[in-house]
Design a protein around this ligand. Sequence first.
Ligand code: MEV
Length: 410
Amino acid sequence: MNKKFYQLTAEERLEALGLDESIKAFYACNQSKDSEQLIENYVTDYRLPEGILRNLQVDGQVYQVPMVTEEPSVIAAANNGASITNLGSAFITTQVGEPVLGGQILFDHVDYEELNRFVVDHVDDIFQAAKEAKPSMVSRGDGLEAVQLEDLTDHRAVLNLTVKTGKAMGANAMNTILEAVKMLFSSYEKNIVGAILTNAGHDAVVSVETKLPVAAVGGLEAAKKISALSTFGQVSPDRAVTENKGIFNGLAAVVLATGNDYRAVEAAGHAYASRDGKYRSLSKWMVDETAETLVGKIEMPLNIGVLGGAIAALPTAKKNLELLGNPTVEELKSVMLATGLANNLAALKAVSGRGIQAGHMKMQARTLAVQAGASGADIQTVANRLIKSPRIDQKTAEDILGAIENDTQN
Ligand code: MEV
């Protein structure tokens, strides 16, 4: 009997795709057994660059932070932002989110009062079902913490569950608990539309702050410009989207490097950014009343873990956590937010100052050199000449490479 594609080994899948030998060989030499267990229809590992944010100081500890990103300027910006904050207070956690995850059982066409009576009568059963679904969590002191029915009007209601997740993000545990609790509502089977975790992270809001002398960003006028630009992130949603993108440049790079779910983190961040009905930046920067200090603050929910999920199957994520000194979940959340705020500071300083292109294009030059076909030592040579040329684009990179190749041949 013919096997289905998902039943094949990674090598067999490459055969089944009928690929060209060179593509097949490329995919085959980038395969790993760990990744093969992680996803369906696996064929190869897709590699992304990882770099280090040096000496990020958070709550008195110094971290060497692994960042995974494809964008050339991100790690340079993070290092720039962090080194500036090291001239002041560095980063301080001002709000530590709870290690909790929310879950929802969604009911349609119900009478809220009647359903609420059912919930009240079965609270103990709900806790018991949750405990039986994940006994190991309960023995660690984690597990279901709260149950509350919410009236959404129009005969819709949501049973909100809050689960203490400990060191793990807890997505799988939450869904297991929800499906067990759902069974208790068999008399409402037709009304249950779904039971799934929520990535909103209402109770998991974390906040990090930094205070630095205005001299660290070039003086009072420069600091005022950073603050003025930050205000646009509060009043212009279009600006806020770009500012938050810059924050996630750093934040998501650490989320990815530590084997966490960057889609969940970003979705929660964007929802939080529009919590009052208008989409705003997740950070705020202002010059304080002394006119000597620039204060920056970031606040958003973070549901992440240092254990479980994909971390166990991603050897580099485990090593990256070791590099960070095996932080607690709380410490890792602060490191992630601090990195986001460091990137944000570098971006605001550049955008309100000389613009981002100068620094950006320096980083971009190497990418353009590679795209033009340069390899080995030629990459840096092409990049160096490109930076000095009037135009920094691929055509110019190709011309420079052509000239270098000509010189070598002659
Ligand atoms: C680029 O990747 C990120 C920035 O656009 C962020 C910002 O404008 O704040 C520089």
